[in-house]
Design a protein around this ligand. Structure first.
Ligand code: ZN
Length: 207
């Protein structure tokens, strides 16, 4: 897609985690494939949360949706799914929490629909009102850049001890059915052999 970064007003010094908006949008295109509106809004959300964490503190992240927002977290913080510092729990809400790895004290940032009233185009996009194909992506991204943090809410939270413990390494053994390794506490055979794998083998094993 031929995309041009929205023209920002001169002297606009809005930054996202130290990046200019233009630089952030370019990074989003490389990382996410295109300047998705959810990534733009997500960038402001991450910036807001990071800015409220104690300086220099190592934190983990919890993301309540698998869409767009995890990529904003991975682009702007050291937390990734792969290193285990970002967990995605699909509660269906466009919200994220950054929290202290040990104590669990953290900051949750979410979108407050009541504050979206002043931004009808953004509200319709966010609440998925109206046909998607009629939306002008560029117009929406520009609007979200102007909106910035204005439709966001913040709350202090403490992550439950049980959730913090999920970080701990689990014991592994070899599954007696497929012969691959798996966490013992999943049961006598692995979750794949319990029927949770969404595929069937269609050819003999290749060597
Ligand atoms: Zn198995």
């Amino acid at each position: 897609m031929n995309w041009e970064v929205p023209a920002l007003t001169p002297g606009n010094e809005v930054t996202i985690c130290g990046l200019s908006l233009e630089d952030y949008i370019r990074k989003v295109e490389v990382f996410h494939g295109y300047a998705a509106p959810g990534m733009i809004l997500g960038g402001f959300m991450v910036d807001m949360a990071v800015g409220r964490m104690p300086h220099g503190q190592l934190f983990d992240a919890l993301c309540e949706t698998p869409k767009c927002l995890p990529d904003a977290i991975q682009l702007l913080t050291p937390c990734t799914v792969g290193n285990g510092w970002l967990k995605i729990l699909n509660l269906g809400r466009f919200a994220l929490t950054l929290y202290d790895k040990k104590g669990g004290e953290g900051v949750r940032v979410f979108v407050d629909p009541s504050k979206l009233a002043s931004w009808p185009l953004a509200r319709d996009w966010f609440l998925k009102v109206g046909p998607k194909e009629k939306r002008d992506l560029r117009e929406l991204v520009e609007l979200l850049c102007q909106m910035g943090c204005k439709a966001l809410g913040v709350q202090r939270v403490r992550i439950d001890p049980g959730f913090l413990k999920l970080r701990r390494h689990r014991q592994f053994s070899v599954c007696p059915r497929c012969g691959e390794s798996y966490p013992c506490d999943d049961g006598p055979v692995c979750l794949g052999c319990q029927g949770q794998a969404p595929y069937k083998s269609v050819s003999p094993l290749e060597t």
